[in-house]
Ligand binder design. Structure first.
Ligand SMILES: Nc1nc2c(ncn2[C@@H]2O[C@H](COP(=O)(O)OP(=O)(O)O)[C@@H](O)[C@H]2O)c(=O)[nH]1
Ligand SMILES: [Mg+2]
Length: 253
């Protein structure tokens, strides 16, 4: 059964996802209302079709950005619109069919039980997951754990998450980073610094093949350079905050 909410919404940033976006949106709508899609300058014909779907469905809103600015920039547009509409939390999911719509309700329930926390997906990989992506994330996770002094971030990269909107918007307005692929790991580290506790929940992730309509805009070289630069600045931030983080840890024990 579809759950309707006036506090929590599903937000789907979308950049040239191809046909998969229509299943993704339909599956998300079957679980939740409202669902918003932020189209990030897509040129694959999906914006027009998504807008037509939204015309026929009051539970679906489609925001079309004319130019491609990156995942984080698209998310921020959605967060600002969500704040204006009175929502307090968003569940973010990819538009390309990788993320499990059937986990939306349990993730939202976890967020309703702990509204001050962020609910983070812990990826459960299948046989279709490329080894390089599975191994590569261990490096990012190791850094994220160090940068937060072991605040308990289960996975730094998986984009299937529920965030409290206010602290995330505040952090994104204060920094000019987190606008592209650096969004997921940097947002989670800065939120942990801000005192937002992580709750980790397992969630399967799929890597559909190109034949099945799978698309990824992950560029191995470009995005790894971006992530390396991100961890360098986060390590600087970590050193500056070290006394604070140590104090907070001591108080927790
Ligand atoms: N890579 C990328 N993704 C974007 C952009 N804008 C929005 N997105 C969305 O962010 C999500 C993650 O991107 P994706 O290419 O699937 O990365 P992957 O899942 O790590 O392979 C998808 O829902 C994209 O449609 C962008 O400029 N670049
Ligand atoms: Mg993806």
């Amino acid at each position: 059964m579809t759950v309707a909410s006036s506090t929590h919404l599903v937000l789907i940033p979308s950049y040239n996802p191809g046909e998969k976006v229509f299943d993704t949106v339909a599956n998300a709508r079957a679980q939740w209302m409202p669902v918003w899609v932020v189209v990030d300058g897509s040129t694959d014909g999906t914006p027009q079709r998504l807008l037509r779907l939204a015309d026929a469905d009051p539970g679906l809103r489609v925001i079309v950005l004319p130019d491609n600015r990156g995942k984080g920039a698209a998310v921020l547009k959605g967060l600002e619109a969500a704040t204006a509409a009175g929502f307090s939390h968003v569940l973010l999911m990819d538009s390309d069919g990788q993320h499990p719509a059937d986990r939306i309700q349990p993730f939202m329930a976890a967020s309703e039980a702990r509204p001050e926390a962020m609910i983070l997906g812990m990826p459960v990989f299948g046989d279709d997951a490329p080894m390089i992506r599975v191994r590569g994330r261990r490096i990012s996770n190791w850094w994220a754990n160090l940068e937060t002094l072991g605040a308990g971030i289960g996975d730094s990269l998986y984009g299937f998450r529920v965030y409290p909107i206010a602290p995330l918007c505040e952090i994104m307005h204060r920094h000019r980073w987190m606008r592209r692929f650096d969004f997921d790991p940097e947002a989670v580290v800065r939120l942990a610094w801000h005192g937002v506790a992580p709750v980790n929940l397992p969630a399967p992730v799929r890597y559909p093949s190109a034949d099945e309509g799978g698309v990824s805009h992950f560029n191995y070289l470009r995005d790894n350079v971006l992530l390396t630069w991100m961890h360098i600045r986060l390590v600087f931030g970590f050193v500056l905050r070290l006394p604070c983080l140590v104090l907070r840890r001591l108080r927790r024990h």
